[in-house]
Design a protein around this ligand. Structure first.
Ligand SMILES: Nc1ncnc2c1ncn2[C@@H]1O[C@H](COP(=O)(O)OP(=O)(O)O)[C@@H](O)[C@H]1O
Ligand SMILES: [Mg+2]
Length: 238
């Protein structure tokens, strides 16, 4: 499904190059929900942005649904992203002058889908995320947790192969955070959505079946059960 091979990335600042990711290898199968855990600055967002095709790696390969995305041209990648990849941002990134329903429909507008089909699919997804009565409101009329639900519905509307979320609960209180994670887990269990969720919160990572841990741009992978011990003993970054 998602295969990351020998992935490395460096940022160039003037003449100085800083390596942020080194030799990352892992795969995520269809229907998995994975937490990508690591302290601030460990390279989580960089890795997520590379996997989502938002930037090109210095070295290595990223296969999504069998396609190496780093080899695609900008145009190919734009189309591939729109159809195969969902993205959930920490700050929701909703368009303020569009209604909740219109925000969710937007990826289908870019695909040239008919208005009636767009509306039906958006309404169905908004019901699924618990916002049936809010479709004609504007984002500013919703709470943070509700806005994140809109952004989750939007990420699913093209039926992507994988959905990436970068600190999706980072702006939310603890109770709302738990509700949003419940929703992502429910979508994974009942609808088979594949999620990779970046977080620096042990509480969030603990909820997923599998944790991939980044430390200083390198991977420390293990399963959730054996991670539990490390988490309880505070051995992972904050
Ligand atoms: N565009 C950039 N140019 C230079 N350095 C960057 C850039 N983006 C991130 N970095 C650096 O890469 C490292 C990892 O950043 P990031 O992937 O955002 O980590 P995380 O999401 O885990 O906090 C940090 O040291 C950060 O300063
Ligand atoms: Mg980050």
């Amino acid at each position: 499904m998602l295969v990351v091979q020998k992935l490395s990335h460096s940022f160039l600042n003037g003449t100085e190059s800083t390596q942020v990711l080194a030799g990352i290898d892992f795969r995520v199968e269809r229907g998995e929900i994975v937490a990508l855990l690591g302290s601030s600055g460990s390279g989580k967002s960089t890795l997520l942005n590379l996997m989502a095709g938002l930037m090109k790696p210095t070295e290595g390969s990223i296969l999504i649904a069998g396609r190496p995305i780093e080899k695609m041209s900008e145009n190919e990648l734009a189309v591939f992203r729109r159809t195969h990849i969902g993205f959930i941002f920490q700050s929701y990134e909703l368009i303020p002058h569009l209604t909740v329903r219109e925000n969710v429909e937007l990826p289908l507008v870019f695909q040239g889908e008919k208005a009636k089909i767009r509306r039906e699919r958006a309404n169905a997804l908004l019901t699924r995320v618990g916002l049936a009565g809010k479709t004609e409101l504007f984002p500013s009329q919703l709470s943070g947790g509700q806005q994140q639900r809109v952004s989750i519905a939007r990420s699913l509307i093209t039926e992507p192969a994988v959905v990436f979320a970068d600190e999706p609960t980072g702006n939310l209180d603890t109770k709302t955070e738990a509700e949003i994670i419940d929703l992502l887990i429910e979508l994974n269990v009942n609808h088979g959505i594949t999620f990779v969720i970046v977080t620096h919160e042990h509480e969030v990572a603990r909820r997923t079946k599998r944790i991939i841990q980044l430390r200083d741009g390198r991977l420390v992978e293990s399963d959730a059960e054996s991670d539990e011990d490390a988490l309880l003993h505070g051995e992972v970054g904050t």
